[in-house]
Design a protein around this ligand. Structure first.
Ligand code: HEC
Ligand code: HEC
Length: 322
């Protein structure tokens, strides 16, 4: 009898000990889980990644996320993008240098104050989100995003934040690109090929193919022509845009205050690169009012009687119209 009582007591005692032990273990596991998920949330925060369904933590985090997308577009939205696949593997910042903050590196400072705006290329009033999508469809040779898309809104928020405080309809110095004076001769793609070999090929590759970074997800040196480059509807396909970009930004590291290429070299290398193969695009609806076509836009019909070649390579006697 007493023995049975003792056994019962022992069993109860063991049970209590086990319960305490288990709860202790549970507490430890619970703490660890919380700790690691906090670490994971932290890691996400450092890459500013917000799952599509989540509401942003704050306006500031939303803008940071937009900046992350502009700087690492391909990682999230490229051919093997973590979120979607809507673009060709380039990052916005490959052209909008320093995330659109570099002076004359296709700088975003004028965007907030000037959009929505009427654009002659589309013949419509274009919002910031629509303008971003134009770059997706042309410069990134992709499809573009739905107007309610979370990532599109985040990129717009970031771009707007760069132009914060700029008065309506004004464009601060350093915005966009710095235009180059026209040449009095044709832009020469043979001379441009020499410029390319001497000053560009060591980074962009002997066939303009670029070089990927270690992850394989982004470009260390983006391509300048071929399948992975911008298409014929992109801004850089116009010689004046390309020459202006290159003169004041390339070889990499150059600024508008200390350019390396002469104006002639910039025009010639533009002629060479934009004579090489690249993806096509249906651009038949662009510039519906043909009298508004920029002089260096090489697809007819035209309001003048110059040929495609003359429009593409110059020499242009009349000023560009924007
Ligand atoms: C291959 C180069 C290239 C890439 C990549 C590119 N863009 Fe652009 N973008 C341009 C050019 C060229 C212009 C027109 C600049 C001009 O004519 O002043 C432009 C214009 C813009 C403008 C309008 C600027 C203004 O002041 O009116 C916005 C906004 C923009 N891009 C957003 C983006 C975003 C966002 C991405 C990435 C999803 C992107 N772009 C990727 C070349 C590029
Ligand atoms: C030292 C390496 C280097 C040299 C030399 C160089 N580039 Fe670049 N280039 C880059 C890098 C890096 C980027 C992308 C910048 C970024 O993502 O911040 C770039 C971007 C570009 C872009 C816009 C993105 C694209 O691929 O369409 C063009 C156009 C360009 N370079 C043209 C040239 C031309 C033309 C030359 C020669 C005159 C040249 N580059 C020389 C490193 C170089």
């Amino acid at each position: 009898m007493r023995r049975q009582q003792r056994d019962n007591f022992k069993r109860m005692y063991t049970l209590i000990l086990m319960t305490i032990g288990c709860s202790g273990l549970a507490i430890i596991i619970f703490t660890l889980v919380i700790f690691y998920s906090a670490m994971d949330a932290n890691r996400r925060l450092t890459i500013a990644y917000q799952p599509v369904s989540n509401k942003p933590a704050s306006e500031e985090a939303f803008i940071k996320y937009g900046e992350e997308l502009v700087n690492h577009t391909s990682r999230y939205l490229g051919p093997n993008g973590e979120i979607k696949s809507v673009s060709n593997g380039m990052n916005c910042t490959n052209c909008h240098l320093d995330g659109g903050r570099k002076m004359f590196g296709i700088n975003y400072a004028g965007v907030a104050a000037n959009y929505p705006k009427y654009r002659n290329r589309s013949g419509t009033v274009v919002t910031i989100k629509e303008r971003i999508n134009e770059c997706f469809q042309r410069s990134l040779n992709g499809t573009g995003l739905d107007s309610n898309d979370y990532e599109l809104k985040a990129m717009a928020a970031y771009i707007i934040s760069i132009g914060k405080g700029v008065s309506r309809k004004t464009t601060p110095y350093g915005t966009g690109l710095k235009s180059l004076p026209f040449l009095s001769r044709l832009a020469n793609s043979e001379k441009g090929e020499n410029v390319y070999r001497d000053q560009c090929a060591q980074c962009h590759g002997s066939n303009g193919e670029g070089k990927r970074d270690g992850s394989g997800m982004e470009w260390k040196y983006p391509p300048l022509y071929g399948d992975h480059s911008y298409n014929i509807g992109a801004g850089l396909y116009r010689l004046s845009r390309f020459a202006s970009f290159v003169k004041y930004n390339m070889p990499y590291g150059v600024t508008y205050e200390n350019p390396v290429l002469t104006d002639e070299e910039a025009w010639d290398v533009a002629a060479f690169i934009n004579s090489m193969p690249r993806p096509s695009k249906d651009i038949s609806n662009d510039w519906p009012d043909i009298s508004k076509k920029p002089i260096d836009y090489p697809f007819g019909p035209y309001a003048d009687n110059l040929t495609d070649e003359q429009h593409k390579f110059g020499p242009w006697l009349i000023s560009l119209s924007y």
